[in-house]
Design a binder for this molecule. Sequence first.
Ligand SMILES: C[S@@+](CC[C@H](N)C(=O)[O-])C[C@H]1O[C@@H](n2cnc3c(N)ncnc32)[C@H](O)[C@@H]1O
Length: 224
Amino acid sequence: MGRMSHTPHSLSDTVYFMGEFIRQFRLTGSLFPTSARAAALMASPLEGREQPLRVLELGPGTGSVTSAVLARMREGDTLDICEINPRMVEVLQRRMEGLPGYQAHRARMRILVCGAQELPLGTPYDVIVCSLPFGNFDLPLVEAIFSRLRQLSHAETRMTWFEYPELKRLRLLLGGHGAPLAAVTAYLGQQGAEPIGRVYGNLPPLQAFLLKPLKGQPSAVQAA
Ligand SMILES: C[S@@+](CC[C@H](N)C(=O)[O-])C[C@H]1O[C@@H](n2cnc3c(N)ncnc32)[C@H](O)[C@@H]1O
């Protein structure tokens, strides 16, 4: 495509991200920032459209996926970024200053420092790009997040998210966090999302999903 869609992390930002993984394992969910290929998949719903989009990014961390979102934004698009960890927000704000597209779009961007489940209600989004580590959450939190996202969606809203399949299988096998992870896996499996790409070069390897539309999908795990 020939356009800059990803800005590599500096060594210090990568080390910072790893530090947050150690401090906040449950919230951060990954030891390394998302790769360029994975970030491009996550931001792909912003491509090939005619109209301006209202975009929501969840869990930007230090901004790997934000970089890919910014590279695909056009005049008139808006971007709300929701991040629960204020320390991540500090790094993100500093890093965004140097990202291509930031200066052009900053007036139409907001950072919301809160949990996705607490996002303020308002005009629905067209695209939701979600990097939240669902596999580290309990089912009630995942349900609360999806419930809030449906309130923030319309009939055509599309959402991307990802998981680490090998890591998940290993954790299910070892059983440590088995009960919540199995319930969350069942819940996510019921949402009707389609796989849009597997990135083996990501650390750990990642599977991206697209949910389209978000509004009409089931909101609770059905009884077996
Ligand atoms: C896997 S990391 C994101 C990685 C990021 N895309 C990158 O490559 O740098 C998950 C992020 O979600 C944030 N997070 C976790 N729970 C959250 C919640 N309930 N609402 C909003 N952000 C949350 C974490 O603080 C962390 O920054």
